[in-house]
Design a protein around this ligand. Structure first.
Ligand code: NAD
Length: 486
């Protein structure tokens, strides 16, 4: 029987509107290989209409009190909870992440982001500043920045959009979202929930497409600011195209994990394996390389192999699956290339190392552990973004720091040590935005500030709770002369 494939509409000004774009992309499930939907690329006219809707809605939305905006954020969170199971099911099918082990958690954290935004926006206090003139009072207020273009990737197709949307709208901005072309369905489902929860028309709008549509949106003259999460080459293109528009940029990582001689090796191995295999390694702060002191290398490897045995590759809808398929072929092909390069340069594959056969698609990659990875490899120098735990031997803390910092990326690092003094040597000297001590690079909390270190290509600004709100709003300073007032 022929299956009817759903065509995604843009969401503009509170309505689902058929795209006027001419090209259409098939959205194919990495889990089953079936076509789930078709997403037309938005035309210039579609983008213009979405921006106009966001522009028209913005002053009315910003004029509501923080309490009124917070109420809507809470309503959205409640409706996400209500639709949790279906929302997570479609997320797994489109993205590939395990339903029970990951997708449900993504949806819960998506709701949590709205709750955090709703509560934080009520406490956005600002300073009253003493004046040198006795007749003057200096006050500061937080004002939204206006209309945002939100450009997001495919690895967390609800969680990353919400990191921009929830704090962004809570503080009074409006948004036009352009989700990843690999995962537009998650954004469509998410938009439906926001609309059903009572979000006023035009506050969030959605258009679909790839880089061309993204660029059209970013450069639209009526878009004030850009919120971008994705790879560093795209970040650079966007910043160049956006010119002086304000931007929040969250880009790639190359997460080093340092395992010191005095580390709890079992714990370090569990953290490295979690960071390597969670979301099939497709996380900006994944374990991309493990720098292990040579004195504990072999014992650590034993612990890694023990921990890795629990990470079963399989159908994301089987509750015992911890690793699902990778999301898309270009990313899986990059994993192939990085492995081949490492092996050519002397690395040894001790677990996995290839795509699994007999699966519905070629995207099921075996969880992989590699040893003797050289610093001259693509694995060490670039983000791999696949299910891999690569071990690099180091002889000292100085060498570990040098290898970790010899990178154009600097997002999140992890250090395993039982010495507080040593932990702070790393905290003080690693060139990353975030350091986790004695837990995985994949450890984060929704409200903590997260972002790249300056001097690297991992981006700027901070994602996370009120820190995003600070980025997505600005201070309005008011000087009041009360000398002549009654
Ligand atoms: P990507 O850069 O290929 O795409 C991201 C988004 O940018 C997509 O929506 C894409 O359509 C759009 N885009 C592409 N070219 C554009 C252009 N010229 N103008 C405007 N938009 C354009 O990244 P991806 O493959 O979707 O995501 C994976 C990357 O995202 C990894 O590098 C990962 O580290 C990074 N990431 C970073 C964070 C973070 O918080 N720092 C979080 C998740 C993912």
């Amino acid at each position: 029987m022929a299956v009817t494939v759903r065509t995604l509409d843009n969401f503009i000004g509170g309505e689902w509107v058929a795209s006027t774009g001419e090209s259409v992309r098939a959205v194919v499930s990495p889990v089953t290989g079936e076509t789930l939907a078709e997403a037309p690329d938005a035309s210039a006219e579609d983008v213009g209409r979405a921006v106009a809707a966001a522009r028209a809605a913005q002053p009315k939305w910003a004029a509501l009190s923080a309490w009124e905006r917070a109420k809507i954020c809470h309503a959205i969170a409640d409706l996400i909870d209500e639709r949790r199971a279906d929302f997570a099911h479609e997320l797994s099918l489109e993205q590939g992440k395990p339903y029970a082990a990951e997708a449900l958690g993504d949806i819960d954290e998506t709701a949590e982001n709205f709750r955090i935004a709703a509560e934080d926006v009520k406490r956005m206090e600002t300073a009253i500043i003493p004046s040198q003139d006795p007749n003057k009072r200096i006050l500061t207020f937080r004002k939204p920045n206006g209309v945002y273009a939100g450009i997001t990737p495919w690895n967390f197709p609800t969680l990353i959009p919400v990191e921009l949307i929830a704090p962004g709208i809570a503080v009074g901005n409006t948004v036009v979202m352009k989700p990843s072309e690999w995962t537009p369905i998650a954004m469509a489902n998410f938009m439906q929930i926001m609309a059903d929860a009572g979000l006023p028309d035009g506050v969030v709008n959605v258009v679909y497409g790839g880089g061309d549509v993204g660029e059209r949106l970013v450069t639209h003259p009526d878009v004030d600011c850009v919120g971008f999460v994705g790879s560093h080459p795209t970040a650079e293109k966007i910043v160049r195209a956006a010119g002086l528009k304000r931007s929040l940029i969250e880009a790639s990582g190359n997460g080093p994990v340092v395992v010191c001689e005095d580390a709890d090796l079992e714990r370090a191995a569990q953290g490295a394996v979690f960071g390597g295999f969670f979301c099939a390694g497709q996380v900006c702060c994944a374990t991309e390389r493990v720098l292990v002191h040579e004195g504990v290398h072999d014992s650590f490897l034993d612990e890694v192999l023990r921990a890795a045995a629990a990470w079963r590759l399989g159908d994301p809808f089987d509750d015992s699956t911890l690793v699902g398929p990778m999301n898309n072929e270009p990313t899986a092909a990059k994993m192939d290339r990085h492995l081949e390069d490492a092996v050519d340069k002397g690395a040894n594959i001790v677990l996995g190392g290839s795509r699994a056969g007999d699966r519905p698609t070629r995207l099921y990659y075996e969880p992989t552990v590699v040893t003797d990875v050289g610093v001259d490899t693509l694995i060490n120098q670039q983000e791999t973004f696949g299910p891999i735990v690569p071990l690099i031997r180091v002889r000292s803390d100085e060498e570990a720091l040098a290898v970790a910092n010899d990178s154009h990326l600097g997002l999140q690092a992890a250090v395993y040590t039982s010495s507080l003094k040593r932990a702070f040597q790393y905290v003080d000297n690693l060139r990353v935005g975030n350091v986790v001590v004695n837990d995985s690079t994949d450890y984060w909390e929704a409200h903590e500030p997260f972002g790249g270190a300056s001097g690297t290509q991992s981006g700027w600004g901070r994602i996370g709770g009120r820190y995003t709100m600070l980025d997505m709003s600005d201070l309005r300073t008011v000087v009041l002369d009360v000398g002549g007032l009654d």
